[in-house]
Design a protein around this ligand. Structure first.
Ligand code: PEP
Length: 257
């Protein structure tokens, strides 16, 4: 993984009030040493309502922990009740925005076109999308997981330049592994992450493929992190459930270094 700094991102999903978020981030920053944070980039992805509180905690001379949002609107402003724009997230100095999480795709009907529009919205505001792709159990059983994921990647990156793609983080999240306790094997994770990188190489060239970080997500815990990250194309982890337990999450961050 020469030159690619490991990234560990905690997706809190719909957990944590802003007050609980303050407690969690304070404890997390306290648990991680400067060396841990040099070795791996650590990011939390709280609900929208906690972003401002997290910003006030981690903003200073030094940003020990990065933060971002779990979703955004594809639109920049307007009559979209309940939505949050990229401009609003940029104003909170978010650096990352998750796009295309399987829960958004499955529960909120986000299709490939919506995901592509959201990736563009993130980039328009100078932020970094964490673009999620991943197959369900039926696709995996049919042995079509690699093609499924590269198709989702192609659709989401439609119309982007190589320079824009260099500003993206990818996450391979097999749906059958999310929140189920059933983690992919290191070989499973490497197979798809490697295929995603080859696809980037084919479409955008080797320089772009070499710099884009590709995370694995799905039931990551401290005990399985080092094995998963041993794959040469696996550059970090997107962590759901385990990111709410500070000791466990800090241990995951240390295991990534
Ligand atoms: C996720 O929601 O992105 C995720 C990977 O969840 P979990 O770690 O709980 O499987």
């Amino acid at each position: 993984r020469t030159g690619r700094r490991p990234l560990i991102a905690g997706n809190w999903k719909m957990h944590m009030t802003h007050l609980e978020a303050i407690g969690l981030v304070q404890k997390l920053v306290f648990s991680l040493t400067e060396k841990d944070l040099d070795d791996a980039e650590v990011v939390v992805l709280p609900p929208f309502t906690a972003l401002r509180s997290v910003q006030t905690l981690v903003t200073g001379d030094k940003l020990p922990v990065g933060y971002g949002a779990q979703d955004l609107s594809a639109h920049d402003s307007g009559a979209y009740t309940g939505e949050v724009s990229g401009a609003m997230l940029a104003a909170l100095a978010c650096r990352f925005v998750v796009v295309g999480h399987s829960e958004r795709r499955a529960l909120h009907g986000e299709d490939d076109a919506t995901v592509a529009a959201k990736v563009q919205a993130v980039l328009r505001h100078g932020l970094t999308p964490i673009l999620c792709v991943g197959e369900g159990l039926d696709v995996r059983r049919a042995g079509q997981h690699v093609g499924h994921c590269t198709d989702q990647l192609d659709a989401a990156l439609e119309g982007l330049t190589a320079e824009q793609v260099r500003g993206i983080v990818l996450a391979y999240e097999p749906v059958w592994a999310i929140g189920t306790g059933e983690v992919a094997t290191p070989d499973d994770a490497q197979e798809v992450c490697g295929a995603l990188r080859s696809r980037l190489d084919g479409r955008f060239g080797p320089e772009t493929a070499a710099v884009v970080r590709i995370l694995y997500g799905g039931s990551v815990k401290a005990a399985n992190t080092a094995g998963i990250l041993a794959g040469p194309d696996v550059d970090g982890a997107l962590v759901g459930g385990a990111s709410l337990d500070t000791d466990e999450f800090a241990q995951i961050c240390r295991s990534a270094a």
